[in-house]
Design a protein. Structure first.
Length: 113
């Protein structure tokens, strides 16, 4: 698969960056990335980020709509997990044209790393 196949289109990238335009949402995503594929229930996520439940729900909805997290019900809890593929695609979007106008020995690592 080529790097361009992994990249987001501009509209998807803009939506994801808008979702990350809040420091609180960014901290939520970072906490979920750190938690790994098992994710975190809302209570644990609130404890890790210091965000109150009602505000956290708003931020989770925003991140979910941008495709940056997924949520699943597990018993009485809702578990949120980083959408690692989408987060990687967003990172690749930033680097897609890395050094396109200049010689850059690290370009291969950025795109295919």
């Amino acid at each position: 698969m080529e790097a361009k196949d992994l990249a987001l289109d501009m509209e998807e990238a803009a939506q994801a960056f808008a979702a990350l335009g809040s420091g609180q949402r960014l901290s939520v995503l970072q906490a979920l990335v750190a938690a790994g594929p098992d994710g975190l229930p809302a209570g644990a996520l609130a404890d890790k980020t210091g965000i109150v439940a009602s505000t956290l729900t708003h931020h989770l909805r925003f991140l979910s709509q941008a495709g940056l997290i997924t949520q699943r019900r597990q018993g009485r809890s809702v578990i949120s997990t980083a959408a690692f593929g989408q987060v990687e695609r967003l990172s690749r979007y930033l680097l897609l044209n890395c050094c396109a106008d200049a010689e850059c020995p690290a370009r291969k690592d950025h795109i295919h790393g």
